[in-house]
Design a binder for this molecule. Structure first.
Ligand code: C2O
Ligand code: CU
Ligand code: CU
Length: 466
């Protein structure tokens, strides 16, 4: 049995449990397997690499990509809440990298940000990431260096953290959403065009789910189904609708919501996730995951129901994540204004201009190197509750992401909302939000827009918790 199959998308929850048991019985998997994983005594172990590879994204054409373990889609890392994970990561790229575990509240040494949390992993080097995820849910991983290229060309993967006491769905599918900057022959186009970087970002044109254009999957009829959507795109926001079944939002950015609500339309911006619960329709019927563009729906992926012996039951409930309780009475508010700068510092002789289009509190990220780490955008006292008042004074939306902590969103656009947990707050055009968290994780944590070009052209900083 190969873990490739098992860890790739679309394995049913029951199969997964059976195979987990099988794997627990193995000592080590053969070294020939591209991704190997084992779980022993509650310890999970993975081997992961980043390397140049080829993939058939546009049917009939090979594209040069950068890929985890050489595969598109990247292997899904499965582990369990409260159980240690070890990932032996080897950099087989021609450039340095680091791997960040997006949304996981883990110690700074494992956060995978060059200079702030670790030295860049040089070509040929191996770095061992070890952490114990405190929260269950749908998370993802990606490099935090040369991100326009490294993520844009394929280094994006999901981490599924199982609940500490397993929650059983009959079917579970990971759907990784990404548009590739490819033409119809599978040739690369520009990943970032400055005049777009200064606006909504440069969109890719070839839409895929798990690296496939319009994939079709199956569901057992009447199956309790959990779909884990992850927007791993550099640029695009996907307004999601589901056709063919009553769909429920059960988790946002990995974090279960207290009361699931009907999914009418929900926007997931770069970096964000959405867990959808539904009951698969009768055999022969279809469930379609749609991306809305204004009023027009575009198909992302579809599921066809197949005959099964399952009896219709209710969707299982997800336990909330143990996000620290806020002390709002003693909270301190910090203000952040996201602004458009529109300055292009002229290109140098090599044509490598530095673009600064975006400002966070009047500052554009000036970059960072071993000997030069900029000042934090905020210094926070460990253990204290902070309310981040986020104000977007631009025409474009910005998904604002904080590492190492989970926000509780209190207010959106001046209106109170049912509080929900997230690691990324989507600010719409001129949007405003209030998001609180307990600064309980010491370290220097990146704080940035997840539209990768925005981050690279100024909208990035870090907060220091000490
Ligand atoms: Cu997906 Cu700095 O993060
Ligand atoms: Cu992150
Ligand atoms: Cu942005």
């Amino acid at each position: 049995m190969s873990w490739d199959k098992l860890s790739s998308q679309g394995v049913s929850r029951r199969q997964f449990l059976q195979k987990t048991v099988a794997i627990a019985a193995l000592s080590t998997l053969p070294a020939c397997s591209l991704v190997s994983a084992s779980r022993q005594n509650g310890q999970w172990e993975y081997h992961l690499s980043a390397e140049p590879s080829q993939a058939e994204l546009v049917p009939g054409h090979q594209t040069d990509v950068l890929a985890f373990n050489g595969e598109i889609p990247a292997p899904t890392i499965r582990c369990r809440q409260g159980e240690p994970v070890t990932i032996h990561f080897t950099n087989n790229l021609n450039e340095p990298t680091t791997i960040h575990w997006h949304g996981l509240r883990i110690p700074i040494e494992m956060d995978g940000v060059p200079f702030l949390s670790q030295a860049p992993i040089q070509p040929g080097e191996t770095f061992i990431y070890r952490f114990t995820p405190p929260d269950a849910g749908t998370f993802w991983y990606h490099p935090h260096m040369n991100s326009v290229v490294q993520l844009g060309k394929g280094l994006v993967g999901t981490i599924v953290v199982e609940e500490s006491s397993p929650v059983e769905f009959d079917e579970e599918h990971v759907l990784m959403l990404k548009h590739w900057h490819l033409d119809r022959q599978g040739q690369w186009k520009d990943l970032a065009i400055p005049r777009y970087s200064a606006r909504m970002g440069t969109p890719g044109e070839w839409g895929t789910v798990n690296g496939i254009h319009h994939p079709e999957y199956t569901l057992q009829e009447k199956a309790t189904t959990r779909l884990r959507l992850a927007n791993v795109d550099n640029t695009l926001t996907y307004p999601i609708q589901v056709r063919g079944a009553k769909a429920w939002i059960i988790a946002i950015d990995g974090n279960p919501i207290a009361t699931p609500r009907r999914l009418e339309e929900h926007k997931i911006a770069p970096g964000m996730r959405l867990d959808i619960g539904l009951i698969a329709p009768s055999a022969g019927e279809k469930v379609e995951i749609m991306q809305m563009k204004g009023d027009f729906p575009f198909l992302l992926a579809s599921f066809i129901s197949t005959p099964s012996q399952l009896r219709e039951t209710k969707l299982p409930a997800l336990p909330l994540n143990p996000v620290p309780a806020l002390d709002l009475a003693n909270a301190e508010t910090r203000h952040f204004v996201f602004e458009w700068a529109g300055a292009i510092t002229p290109a140098d002789k090599q044509g490598k201009g530095k673009h600064e289009f975006w400002l966070m509190n009047k500052r554009a990220w000036e970059g960072m190197s071993r000997g030069n780490i900029p000042e934090p955008i905020a210094t926070l006292e460990r253990g204290k509750t902070y309310i981040f008042d986020l104000k977007n004074v631009t025409q474009y939306h910005h998904p604002i992401h904080l590492h190492g902590h989970t926000f509780t969103v209190l207010e959106m656009d001046g209106k109170p909302v049912t509080p929900f947990h997230t690691d990324t707050v989507l600010l719409g055009k001129n949007g405003h939000a209030k998001a609180a968290f307990v600064a309980d994780n010491p370290g220097r944590w990146m704080y940035h827009c997840h539209v990768i070009e925005h981050m690279k052209t100024g909208l990035m900083g870090f907060v220091e918790v000490s």
